[in-house]
Design a protein around this ligand. Structure first.
Ligand SMILES: Nc1ncnc2c1ncn2[C@@H]1O[C@H](COP(=O)(O)OP(=O)(O)OP(=O)(O)O)[C@@H](O)[C@H]1O
Ligand SMILES: [Mg+2]
Length: 447
């Protein structure tokens, strides 16, 4: 090992030394002060999957497909699940990710970005700092600057397949700061699933793929109800079907109604069916302790709207028929402007959907539709504001002949005045059809 050199003894090091090495001629006492390394578990932060998860087989297959095609690019895969409140975005994401999560040796990170009310959305810096701590970075080494935090997050996750569930995102900027670095090799990237009530168009620039969730289909809705309520209540089969049908495929509504029955084993299904059948009491019956409620989900969404969108939302809910176009909306709003910008903005907020029956958004003049519970909520707002119930004379669901607008585009020589700027958004995949859950047209009440 050692030999006498020009200045005395010289030590040679064999092998490879990582980091600095000290060579000393003679050592008397050696004191070792080694702080035991803090154990940092691989983060597994996903919320538990819903215990009664049902249906969504087409959506699950679509998520697999989107992840596969995105993985070819070598960049982190970003999938955005879009839907109105209570439609099952978080449930679907956590169910899917639990079934695929083991492949991600870098761990699974979860954050609620609180984007339901964009003004109160989570600070991405706080979220990034939380992720870095979970990944083992000591707090004193986490930079204060958000851009540096974001860069450190990319560095720490680079080369480690990591899973991110960013729940309730508000904007592309918020998500962008939380994206991981590249995976270990092409074909094995990290995966980011974003859920949101907003069509976040900006993420398309980052290579995101979009999946829009519709209502649960009828067999899945009945299955969810049965699993929560218990098969012993199947003694009232007609009432069971009626109850589920009145929830019109909203998993939140079904869960609330089923939870009420599960905790009141002596209640007959017919009791709740009567409450749900009456439009005046339906939304109240779909509420648990106030905060878990269909109305609360719509309240939050409605409060985020600009005044002109609030008015458009209320007034278009009064249009009879399953769907409507921008001209009918303009008539309901008593305006000569082009209402399509307002309608598209409401669609971006998941308060309206492009109607299935007309080829939807691919058409030059798309038609729009409400989810039944959303329309009921919006009509309640409209009537509360107008101070009168729907006109019984108009319950035929037909548009009054003298109110039907002549073609404003024709009047204006092909041009039209926009009420607001039409926003351009990516087209998400929609695998659930928005049909089959209707309960007749709402009554017409003139604006
Ligand atoms: N496919 C499903 N099977 C069983 N239960 C479901 C399903 N989808 C949603 N649920 C239940 O419905 C309720 C609402 O779902 P979830 O919280 O996922 O909706 P969300 O779209 O994330 O709503 P929000 O926008 O408020 O976050 C939850 O109790 C959830 O467990
Ligand atoms: Mg959610």
């Amino acid at each position: 090992m050692g030999e006498a050199g020009h200045f005395g003894w010289r030590n040679d090091l064999s092998g490879v030394v990582h980091g600095p090495a000290i060579q000393a001629q003679s050592i008397r006492d050696v004191h070792l002060n080694i702080t035991p390394a803090t154990f940092v578990p691989t983060p597994r932060q996903l919320p538990p999957p819903p215990p009664h998860f049902t249906g969504r087989s087409a959506e699950l297959a679509e998520l697999d497909r989107l992840a596969d095609i995105s993985a070819q690019t070598g960049r982190a895969v970003i999938i955005v699940i879009i839907a109105a409140g209570g439609f099952g975005k978080t449930a679907l994401a956590s169910h899917w990710l639990h079934s695929t999560g083991d492949q991600y040796e870098g761990g699974a990170l979860f954050a609620d970005l609180q984007g339901h009310e964009p003004a109160n959305a989570a600070d991405p810096g706080d979220v990034a700092a939380g992720f870095l701590r979970a990944l083992g970075i000591p707090p004193e080494r986490i930079p204060l600057d958000i851009a540096e935090q974001s860069a450190l997050l990319r560095s720490v996750t680079a080369g480690r397949r990591t899973l991110f569930l960013l729940d309730n995102a508000a904007s592309a900027a918020q998500v962008r700061l939380l994206l991981p670095g590249p995976g270990p090799e092409p074909g094995t990237p990290s995966l980011v699933v974003v859920t949101t009530r907003w069509r976040i168009a900006g993420l398309a620039i980052d290579g995101a793929r979009f999946l829009e969730l519709g209502p649960l289909d009828e067999p899945a809705a009945l299955d969810l109800f049965d699993r929560m309520v218990g098969s012993e209540r199947a003694a009232e089969p007609d009432e069971r079907e009626k109850l589920v049908s009145l929830c019109t495929g909203s998993p939140l509504a079904i869960s609330v109604v089923a939870a009420k029955l599960a905790t009141h084993p002596r209640w007959r299904l017919s009791r709740l069916a009567a409450e749900l059948s009456d439009e005046r009491t339906r939304l109240r019956a779909m509420s648990l302790d106030g905060d878990i409620s269909v109305r609360a989900a719509y309240d939050v969404a409605y409060q985020t709207l600009e005044p002109d969108l609030k008015r458009a939302y209320r007034m278009t809910a009064l249009i009879p028929g399953p769907s409507f176009d921008a001209e009918l909306a303009a008539a309901a709003l008593a305006t000569s402007c082009d209402a399509s910008g307002l309608l598209d903005a409401l669609t971006d907020a998941c308060l309206l959907a492009y109607a299935e029956d007309t080829g939807a958004e691919h058409q030059a003049d798309p038609r729009y539709q409400f989810h039944d519970l959303g329309r009921l909520y919006a009509r309640e707002l409209a009537h509360r504001r107008n101070g009168r119930p729907p006109s019984p004379a108009a319950s035929t669901g037909t548009w009054p002949a003298r109110s039907r607008p002549t073609s404003r585009r024709a009047q204006a020589g092909g041009g039209s005045i926009p009420c607001t700027t039409r926003r351009s958004t990516p087209t998400p995949t929609r695998v659930t059809r928005w049909t089959g859950w209707r309960h007749g047209s709402p009554a017409w009440s003139p604006p």
